[in-house]
Design a protein around this ligand. Structure first.
Ligand code: ZN
Length: 358
């Protein structure tokens, strides 16, 4: 079968590799669609970060580069491993793409399995990936979805779960006002979850195309250009002088963090969703004087069932976030290039590893 494999920084190859075998307790999936993520671009441009190198195996998967890429994917079950009895061949599924040690409690009550030592992702650190035609995944990480959700939209459930977990971390509730700093894919999907839960959303974003997208898709009630307006003053107006209840930092840009801090009401919650490569210069005095809760969030933990429910119930429509569909051969030249050089117009580009559906 064909797969996109990461060898090293700047070296991703589309190759023929053997099909995976489905071990006991695993589920064989024919991949339908796989989204390209900022993390994949990061591996390509600056990696390896999550991917193993060619000489140091990942401690859990035991694999070294090359590894198959792709962690945002949907597909159809085509084989059940021994002992898997609660799923059926032909069922539509998405994958919660974790590589987590066998000793870790990943049960439905766990709130921290995603923070366990050496946690990594299918499609980055081994165990196949969604940028291959087929994959075998442990039953624990396979989530069935209703046929009413199209498989292309379903590929966005993984990044939507990132937004869902960020919103969970904030404690935001219906009637609250949230400010989202940055309307890239994760900012938009976080806004989508907030709107679906009845929260008023203010997006602050430099790019006019992204602001349009936020308004057009209905995930933002207000989309502000921080060069044109004073975001803090606007938020004061919207909230009757109170300030926002929660804020989500989705840019890893210092000025955005500072603005969100000022836009929050006293005792507000600031959730940092983006990955910061540099140390931040944070005004701790402001945090103290407003009793702000600053919280990190990473990936998701038992977030898929509720996220899937938001999509199945129609509360979130993922279609408008799909801005391109390509085959595996176009991954680097069309997909990565568009996202690196023209990222304002693209939200999610989906890849069909088999070429079906294009
Ligand atoms: Zn991702």
């Amino acid at each position: 079968m064909k797969a996109a494999r990461f060898y090293d920084r700047g070296d991703i190859r589309i190759e023929e590799i053997p099909e995976p075998t489905v071990a006991p307790g695993e589920v064989g999936i024919k991949v339908a669609w796989c989204g390209i993520c900022g993390t994949d671009l990061h591996e390509y441009k600056d990696g390896p970060v999550f991917c193993p190198t060619h000489d140091t195996p990942h401690p859990i998967s035991g694999e070294t580069a090359p590894v198959t890429l792709g962690h945002e994917f949907s597909g159809v079950i085509d084989e059940l491993g021994e002992g898997v009895e609660d799923l059926e061949v032909g069922q539509h599924v998405v994958v919660e793409p974790y590589i987590i040690g066998d000793e870790v409690d990943t049960g439905p009550e766990s709130k921290d399995y995603h923070l366990s030592p050496n946690m990594n992702f299918i499609g980055l650190a081994g165990r196949g990936g969604g940028l291959g035609e087929r994959i075998a995944v442990k039953r624990r990480w396979v989530h069935p979805i209703s046929d009413s959700v199209s498989l292309d939209e379903a590929a966005l459930i993984e990044p939507l779960s990132v937004g869902y977990h960020a919103v969970e971390r904030s404690g935001a509730k219906a009637g609250d006002v949230a400010v989202v700093g940055g309307a890239g894919p994760i900012g938009l999907l976080t806004a989508a979850v907030l709107k679906a839960l009845g929260i008023t959303v203010v997006v602050s974003e430099l790019s006019s195309l992204r602001r349009e997208k936020a308004l057009e898709t209905g995930v933002a009630d207000y989309a502000l250009d921080p060069r044109e307006v004073d975001v803090v003053k606007e938020v004061q107006k919207i909230t009757g002088g109170k300030g926002a209840d929660v804020a989500f930092e989705c840019t890893s840009v210092q000025v955005v963090l500072d603005t969100l801090m000022d836009a929050l009401r006293p005792t507000g919650v600031l959730v940092v969703v983006s990955i910061w490569a540099e140390r931040s210069n944070f005004d701790i005095h402001k945090l103290v004087m407003k009793e702000i809760d600053l919280r990190g969030t990473i990936a998701y933990v038992n977030s898929h069932p509720a996220t899937i429910e938001l999509v199945e119930s129609g509360k979130i429509d993922l279609k408008p976030f799909i801005t391109g569909k390509i085959g595996l051969e176009g991954l680097v030249d069309e997909g990565f290039d568009t996202l690196i050089h023209r990222n304002e117009t693209a939200v999610k580009i989906l890849v069909s590893p088999s070429g079906e559906g294009l």
